[in-house]
Structures are given as structure tokens and as C-alpha cells.
Design a protein around this ligand. Structure first.
Ligand SMILES: C[S@@+](CC[C@H](N)C(=O)[O-])C[C@H]1O[C@@H](n2cnc3c(N)ncnc32)[C@H](O)[C@@H]1O
Length: 330
């Protein structure tokens, strides 16, 4: 068996819930040569089997070999911030947290309110900026500015536009769009995120903030919205959520108005390579009861649903398990 085949076997055993056997296969690969990726897989199998200290050691070794192994960073963070507290280990009070793509309590999932800036930033960008993201705000702003380029190129905002930023988070995308449009409405289900965004955007006079209830855009009823976007928000929605939100967007958009959103796309998903999918799957294998932060839907089905709601819809881009979808109200 080649190393690749052995690795595939380990992954399959893991996904069947046979963690001990999976761990053995990964250990055999490690005996023939260490790599950050296999240490991460080995540690995941230990975590799934409930051997949390070994798992921690494995993730740490994965990070020693490659400090940029984002999957290992995420997994270690999940372990430290989520699993250890559940096992009754001592952690600071703010550690009852979530990780990008893994578990959150039903309450957190409902209102997305987190205790402090750090937790908000973890929910926003995962662990890509380390364990103290509040110290790296300039880098995060720059990352978000680059992320918003597709949206900026697609929406072609003008001073005549009345724009909806749905799920505005910390306001990092709104910082880029606000100077380009006439009026910007930042809506979010989370009071804490809105507070962060308000601070972030205090020098922009054309931005208004509205806390919204789930799938309720009534605060925009008389606003004549011409364009809108939701960046990294529909990735958290199941198909029911998407139907409810698209119906609302349809209602508040002016005729001819457009709305762009990114979503996780099962049509272009590689279940073996996508790091978020793998992390969520590993979490799901361990605990099927708590809600997870990330959802996958077929972009093709999402477009079909949008059309049934009345939109013209098309996938502008698809790849790596994600898609950008543009809908237009005729
Ligand atoms: C990953 S963040 C993205 C924030 C921002 N769009 C960005 O790209 O920086 C997801 C945001 O969606 C918001 N959110 C999650 N579920 C929501 C819902 N059902 N309705 C409105 N906002 C929601 C969260 O509070 C959070 O601000």
C-alpha cells in the first residue's frame, strides 16, 4: 500500500467512527516519516477517541513541524477552547467558546453574541490570525479589504445606491463599501457585532446600524434598497434559513436591485481537502447534538430556490467548496 492509500484508509476509518484503528494507521505512516498533516490526522483520531492530552500533544507536534498548518491551529484551538472545558478541565471563564466551523451552543447560534472582542473575532475569522486576534486588527482589516474586492467589482456601487450589508459583523467590509455608496445599512442579528461595527465605522456618516431578528428585514421596508450583499453569512445557513432570508431580501429590494452572497458549496466540495469541512465533520463525529457553525448547500439548488422566490439567479464563481451567487429582482 502506498502512503497515499494508507492515508486514505485512515481517513475512511475515521469517518466510519473507528478512531482507534484510524489512529493506528496514521501512527504507522508517522513511523515511516513525520509530517505536519499526518500528525494533525493522528491527533484528530485521538481527540475523537477521547484521548485529549494525546490529541493536544499531536496537534502541537503538527504545529512545530508546520506553524502554518491552519487545520492544526483550528483543531488545537477547538480542543483548548471547547473540548477541554467540556471534560471539566480548568480554563479561564471566557473559554466556553466556539471555533470557526465547529460547535456552538444553541443560544450562541441564535443570537451570535459573544462575551468579548476576541470571541467575536474568532467567530469572524476563525484562528487564522492566532489566539490574540484583537492585537492584529490592522492585518484583519487588510485581509477583509482584499476579500471584499470580488464584491466591489461585481456590485459597482455608486453614490445613488442604497445598500444592505446583511450580517455586517465587525464592519470590516462596510469600511470598504461605505465610501462608494450613498447610504449603507448594516444589519446583524448580534448586538455585540453591531456594537463593534458602530465603533469601527464611527467616521462614516452615511452608515446606519440595525439589529435584526432572525430573517426579518422590516427595518428596511421603506428604504428602497438598490443593492445588497452578505459576506461570509450564508455559509452559516441551512437551506431553510436560505429560503427565509432570500424571501426577505426579495421583499426589500427595489425592482432591478441585486444581491450578492457567498455560500459554502457542496457542488465543488472536496471532502478530503477542505479544512473547514474536515474540522466540522470531526466535530460532528464527536458530538452530533450541538449545532455547528458552518453549513454546506448546493449552489445549484440555492440558485433554483432563488428563482422560485422570483429572482434571476446565477453562480458567478464556484470552487474549493464555495460559491458566489448573484440574484436580481426583475
Ligand atoms: C463570519 S461573520 C461575517 C461578518 C461580515 N459579513 C464579514 O465578512 O466580515 C458572520 C456574521 O453574520 C451574522 N449572522 C449570523 N447569523 C445571522 C442571521 N441569522 N441573521 C443576521 N446576521 C447573522 C453574525 O452575527 C456575524 O456578524
Amino acid at each position: 500500500m502506498t502512503v497515499q492509500e494508507q492515508h486514505q484508509l485512515g481517513v475512511q476509518l475515521f469517518e466510519k467512527g473507528q478512531y482507534q484503528q484510524a489512529g493506528q494507521v496514521f501512527a504507522e505512516i508517522l513511523d515511516t516519516g513525520e509530517s505536519s498533516e499526518i500528525w494533525n490526522d493522528w491527533a484528530s483520531a485521538q481527540a475523537a477517541a477521547g484521548r485529549l492530552e494525546e490529541a493536544k500533544r499531536g496537534f502541537e507536534r503538527a504545529l512545530q513541524l508546520n506553524p502554518n498548518n491552519r487545520e492544526a491551529v483550528g483543531n488545537l484551538a477547538v480542543l483548548v477552547r471547547y473540548d477541554l472545558p467540556r471534560q471539566g478541565k480548568t480554563l479561564p471563564p471566557d473559554s466556553q467558546s466556539i471555533s470557526a466551523g465547529t460547535a456552538m451552543t444553541a443560544e450562541m447560534k441564535r443570537n451570535w453574541d459573544f462575551v468579548d472582542k476576541r470571541q467575536l473575532l474568532f467567530a469572524l475569522i476563525g484562528y487564522d490570525f492566532g489566539m490574540e486576534p484583537e492585537t492584529r486588527l490592522e492585518e484583519i482589516r487588510e485581509f477583509k479589504r482584499r476579500e471584499s474586492q470580488f464584491l466591489i467589482n461585481t456590485l459597482q456601487l455608486t453614490p445613488q445606491d442604497v445598500v444592505l450589508d446583511l450580517g455586517s459583523g465587525c464592519g470590516f467590509i462596510a469600511r470598504v463599501t461605505a465610501p462608494l455608496c450613498g447610504k449603507l445599512y448594516c444589519l446583524d442579528i448580534s448586538r455585540e457585532f453591531l456594537r463593534f461595527a458602530q465603533e469601527e465605522l464611527q467616521s462614516f456618516p452615511n452608515v446606519e446600524f440595525h439589529r435584526m431578528e432572525f430573517a426579518d428585514l422590516h427595518s428596511l421596508d421603506d428604504k428602497q434598497v438598490t443593492k445588497g450583499y452578505a459576506n461570509a453569512v450564508f455559509i452559516h445557513f441551512n437551506l431553510f434559513d436560505i429560503v427565509l432570508y432570500l424571501r426577505e431580501v426579495y421583499r426589500v429590494l427595489r425592482s432591478g436591485g441585486i444581491f450578492l452572497f457567498g455560500t459554502n458549496n457542496s457542488d465543488s466540495l472536496d471532502i478530503h481537502r477542505d479544512r473547514y469541512f474536515r474540522i466540522v465533520l470531526q466535530h460532528y463525529v464527536r458530538d452530533r447534538t450541538s449545532p455547528t457553525l458552518m453549513q454546506w448547500n448546493s449552489a445549484c439548488s440555492v440558485c433554483a430556490i432563488a428563482r422560485q422566490i422570483g429572482f434571476e439567479a446565477r453562480e458567478l464563481w464556484s470552487g474549493n467548496g464555495t460559491a458566489m451567487i448573484l440574484v436580481r429582482k426583475p
